[in-house]
Ligand binder design. Sequence first.
Ligand code: HEM
Length: 134
Amino acid sequence: MADTKAPAARPLSPHLQIYKPMLTMMMSIVHRITGFGLYFGTLLLAWWLIAAASPSSYARFEWFAGSIIGRLILFGYTWALVHHMLGGLRYLIWDTGRGFGATERELMVRANLAGSIILTIVLWVAVYLMGGLR
Ligand code: HEM
């Protein structure tokens, strides 16, 4: 009878802890995390729209959105949305078969990360300048 406890004589897939973390890999993980985070952000959006039906509900939403915690959550949501959207465009480029070279893929993930931070700040500054945060 075959010994089922004997080590497999075939190559085994390396597990996650064997890989050296790379930016492309981390960004893939972040893309999935931001994707899940967006579900909660969509709930906030739904709350905002539903709250618009009555002045007291809207006042409660405004209180939340204007609080420090609320602003931090909305800032995080903005970043997650922008980051995920730019990541989606990156996947779209990859889907066409382009951008798989070592330099290009590294450049694209860096642009994704830097672009998401810059765009989020630009959006919040624009909202501030329009008087939305006062
Ligand atoms: C509120 C809006 C969104 C939500 C809730 C959402 C949610 C998600 C989630 C949960 C995933 C991970 C799926 C998985 O890995 O099993 C995902 C992946 C993905 N999302 Fe979104 N997403 C949203 C908006 C967008 C936008 C605007 C784009 C494009 C501009 C986009 C492009 C993608 C792509 C390309 C993937 C697959 C990436 C891969 O192949 O691993 N998503 N999304």
